[in-house]
Design a protein around this ligand. Sequence first.
Ligand code: P1T
Length: 381
Amino acid sequence: MKFNTKVIHGGQHHDPSTGAVMPPVYQTSTFVQNSPGQPVNPDYEYSRAANPTRSALENALASIENGARGLAFSSGLAATDCLLRLFKAGDEIIAMDDLYGGTYRLFTRLYKDSGIKFHFVDMNDLEKFQSLINENTKLVWVETPTNPLMKIADIAEIAKITKAKKILFAVDNTFATPYLQKPLDLGADIVMHSATKYLGGHSDVIAGALIMKDAALGDELHFKQFATGATLGPMDSFLVLRGIKTLHLRVQRHCENGMKVAEFLQNHPLVEKVYYPGLPNHPFHEIAKKQMSGFGGMVSFTFKSGSKEDAIKFLEKVKVFTLAESLGGVESLANHPALMTHASIPEDKRLEVGITDDLVRLSTGVEDIEDLLADLEQAFR
Ligand code: P1T
């Protein structure tokens, strides 16, 4: 199947008991057994281990990311946390230096006393990245495009290095979605998603996902998820699965609107810098073109004035864009990373990578572009 067919049919079958075309919400915690240890259906005994609605979503996730196994979690961070349970004291992890603030907080604060050592590096400096690798390096973690600075990491080049050194390579594919970028096909071992974003697509659910290329690694992570319990409930699984069915249609429009918003901002007299990988002057535009089939709906920018107050005033004035955390829904959202999504990163580290106080991040939705541009213009005025 090709991608647009897969988002609708990949890994799906009609409900075996009723013939329902769409997977029912199996809102049940447990399943009948005929005799102790002999469930009526051998696949299902307790919903922390497996639930049919979640299984339908997990099969769809594996299908659209070209993986062997998908797992659905109660949040994106729960998915990342489960992955980190593969590692022990003494192991080292190398991560991109621009990450969602919550991921950075998980790595640096929650795992602070775990004995796992984290390195943060600009993955575009492949020499520096390679200089950090040693025999303890167990995982390389990148977001691409990154949140919120839209840096691009060259997945295929990094995969060559991690493969040669037998290091696991995980890509947070939240911003790109598999419609635009397929990390497993480019050599990564694991894809992670905040399914809260484009996969769900409607800002009505918190969810996460891991998709593994290798079935054995999928089994190992399923065991860890089962043993710790951060699974996605049946109703939320249904909502994400329903979202995935229109992923291709939505992301097309997100890309169109994202490009037009980026071009508008680039030509605006009050704007200093625009971060959008689709702009030819983006420093990693060529890498983005090589590994993505479009550039998505996320656009960040700074003010000529460099003023935090200007950024705040602008965000108080937008009307069609809603001032809120999160991204990837059908509705446009605006965010101030330094005060909102990335507030957990210490100021010096934040400024070092370029998350300045005048940085605004936009998640362009699928509304009419004229309304979006008019809204931005009135807020600038
Ligand atoms: O919020 P949650 O579903 O737990 O996902 C965390 C996460 C992981 N990775 C990326 C790239 C993300 O953007 C997020 C969540 N981000 C926001 C809430 C935000 O507004 O940036």
